[in-house]
Structure formats: structure tokens, C-alpha cells
Write a protein that binds this ligand. Sequence first.
Ligand code: MD5
Ligand code: FE
Length: 207
Amino acid sequence: MPELAPGAFHYPGFLDEAAQAALAHDIAEVVAAAPLYVSTMPKTGAPMSVRMTNCGPLGWVSDKEKGYRYEARHPATGAPWPPMPQALLDAWTQLTGYPKSPEACLINVYDENARMGLHQDRDEADFAAPILSLSLGADCRFKLGGARRADKAISLILSSGDALVLSGPSRRRFHGVDKIMPWLAQPLPTPLAALGARVNLTLRRVN
Ligand code: MD5
Ligand code: FE
């Protein structure tokens, strides 16, 4: 398993095509119950280019008034988030070995023009737990930076079926999604294809 940096592991093709298709069906069910929404930036209210939803006990949300946070309910429907599909819980156990279950799975949907600027994940109280990221659909150019924004970043391609585990010192690295490269890879599996070009699932402990 290629270790990109201390605590950062890339598993290319962790999900085979059958597993990707099964997961796409699970995620389509989640999206049907918990529709994609557009988060806005704290203070400015600027919309993010990535559309989102969540599954699991908690979900990541953001808006102008209250900023980044975790909530137990969907911001538009007010319903609790759908449960995390078993396949995600299994991937978490297999790849992280972490004894506690993930509390939140953020589902990011990128169209061809969406991106995510360089940032740290620091809205969680538990920094000891790893983060697991699973990708479906189009390739993207992913930036893995350092502990400071200005630190030099490495670039890697994340493809459909790839997993990334961020633990220890890599849990708090700056990172971002530079560019979606839909011409290089599979379209999203059928039940998700109409939604965008790339889907990323980020599993986290929160408390
Ligand atoms: C994505 N999502 O591809 C990424 C995957 C987010 C987000 O960044 O916050 O929704 S998560 C990649 C990640 C998480 C935590 C630490 C590091 C990478 N890292 O140190 O590189 O939509
Ligand atoms: Fe992040």
C-alpha cells in the first residue's frame, strides 16, 4: 500500500467494478432520501461549487449564519440523515482498523467545473481518528499539502474505486480538489451519472 506521506495511504482500485456499482446504488438511495444541497461559506454566504449530502448519525453542513458544523438533520428537509450503508462501515473497518464506527459520511458531488480549495478538516473534536475517503466516477487532481497552507503540496490522481486514508500527522494536512478530469475516466455508475461527474465519500469520527 503506497504511503504518500506519514499516515497518508492511497489504495488505488480498492473497490472493484462490482463494488463500485453496488456502492453507487447505495448512494443513490441516500440521495433520494436526503437530497443534494448547496452549502454556503461562513460570513460571505458564497455558494460552494460542490453539492453535498450526508449519511450516518451526523452530517457536515455550512451556511452564512452558523458556519461549518455537524448536524443530526438535513438542512432542507429537517429529517435525520439516512443510515450509513454497510459497505461503508466495512470499508472503514478494513482500511482503518479503528475500533469506533464513523459518525459522519459526507457525500460530495462534483460536476466538471466544481473544485474544492485548499483547506484543513478541523470541524471535528476527535483528531485521533483517521479519515477515510472513497472516490467514484471521474478522475480528479488531488492536492496533498502540509501542516501549513504555504507548505509544498504533492499532486495525485484519484480515480474511481480509489481509497485514501488520512491518519496521524496527515489527518490535519491541507488538501484540495484542483480539477475534475472527466475525459480521463469512467462516467459515474448509472444511478449517479445524472448527478455529476465525480462523487467522493468522506467518513469521519466527529466527537
Ligand atoms: C474530496 N473531500 O475529494 C475530499 C476528500 C472534504 C474533502 O476534502 O473536506 O470534504 S477528503 C480528503 C482529506 C481529508 C482529510 C485530510 C486530508 C485529505 N489530507 O490531509 O490530505 O471531496
Ligand atoms: Fe477536506
